[in-house]
Design a protein around this ligand. Structure first.
Ligand SMILES: [Mg+2]
Length: 365
């Protein structure tokens, strides 16, 4: 099988109403990626996820630098292709960020082709592990711009849908407000529901140490991205001192960076995101690394779960998967949660195939 055409796309899917965390405002989710056409009629779909900013740089990287190297290649040589693109002409300007997100889209499209050609959902091609459904936690009721009333109302309706774990954003200018909001949510949802909080890098070490200790009393499943993601040393201090596990990974781009976090004991829930680490090829290596340290993987869903459901289903140490339903309607087989658990996909591929009309409806020229 050979690739005969590579074509980038940028889709902006509206988020209603717009949401904020401590560093982002999002009115749309950017679904930016590539369709890879083959001489056997199979088309692979791969994409990364953005807050609808910078997508044109990702698409340009694909079209101008990666596409020409893909033509004529056998998709089953995915690891060789990955190396060629990773260490090709874009290596000088990027070992993370834009170039890695573009490579993620390509790599995911290649795995989509391999799974389709094998006539299996990706999780089976990778070697299935979960015989039971994947437990989901819901992030979509806990945004920073929600009033306390809305937080509690949304969390309550999420629990009624069957979820048993929820995440909320913190990182308000005054941490006392965060404390009051977490306290109110914990009271509302009761002791039996898993609760995580996400700082989105907004604190410094002093704030994190002080308020992390105060928040311990709410029995949090984890404290997410408290600090700058380059600051391994201070995450290590928090991991040592706090009785709340440290979760991070959505801004960590390579197996080497994860190795340093993991080996230094600076991360306790590994949130490796396939749309950031240049795709499935690197994700699997990081999952193996985490397994060797007996660390749980709970991916951040830049893909909104479409691809990660396959990865979690085939990874023994992946224990939980985030759920945000913003873009599921655009896919031929949307990621689906019932009674708090992902329903494993059955169609061949990586669940990345987009319904044709959405290329018209949401395309950004
Ligand atoms: Mg986060």
């Amino acid at each position: 099988m050979k690739i005969i055409k590579a074509e980038s796309f940028i889709l902006h899917v509206p988020i209603t109403p717009p949401i904020t965390d401590a560093i982002n405002v999002a009115t749309h989710w950017g679904v930016t990626g590539v369709r890879l056409y083959t001489d056997e009629g199979i088309t692979g779909y791969g994409y990364t996820g953005t807050c609808a900013q910078g997508d044109e740089m990702i698409a340009e990287t694909i079209d101008r630098y990666y596409a020409k190297k893909l033509i004529g290649k056998d998709p089953f040589m995915v690891k060789q292709i990955w190396d060629e693109l990773r260490y090709g002409e874009m290596h000088w300007i990027g070992r993370a960020g834009v170039t890695h997100m573009a490579l993620a889209a390509v790599d995911i499209a290649l795995w989509d082709i391999m799974a389709k050609a094998s006539n299996k959902p990706l999780w089976q091609l990778l070697g299935g592990h979960k015989s039971q459904k994947i437990k989901a936690y819901n992030t979509n009721g806990g945004w920073l711009n929600w009033s306390q009333e809305r937080l509690i109302a949304d969390m309550s309706s999420i629990l009624e849908e069957g979820f048993t774990a929820v995440k909320m954003k913190v990182g308000k200018p005054d941490p006392r407000e965060d404390f009051a909001r977490v306290q109110a949510v914990r009271r509302a949802i009761g002791d039996q529901v898993g609760l995580m909080i996400d700082v989105n890098q907004q604190w410094n070490i002093t704030t994190a140490m002080t308020w992390g200790k105060k928040l311990e009393q709410f029995d949090l499943l984890w404290l997410e991205e408290p600090l700058n993601p380059d600051d391994i040393m201070n995450h290590r201090k928090l991991a040592d001192e706090l009785n709340v596990p440290i979760a991070l990974g959505e801004h960590v781009y390579s197996k080497y960076a994860f190795r340093d976090y993991i080996h230094q004991g600076a991360v306790e829930y590994v949130q490796v995101d396939v749309t950031r680490v240049a795709g499935i090829t690197e994700w699997l290596q990081i999952a193996g690394l985490a397994a060797a340290y007996d660390l749980p993987i709970c991916p951040h869903v830049g893909d909104m779960g479409q691809i990660h459901q396959h990865l979690v289903a085939s990874t023994p140490n992946a224990v939980l998967l985030e759920y945000i339903p913003w873009i599921r309607h655009i896919f031929e087989e949307p990621a689906t949660v019932k009674d708090g658990f992902y329903v494993l996909p059955q169609m061949p591929g990586a669940s990345t195939e987009i319904i044709p009309r959405y290329f018209e409806e949401y395309r950004v020229k």
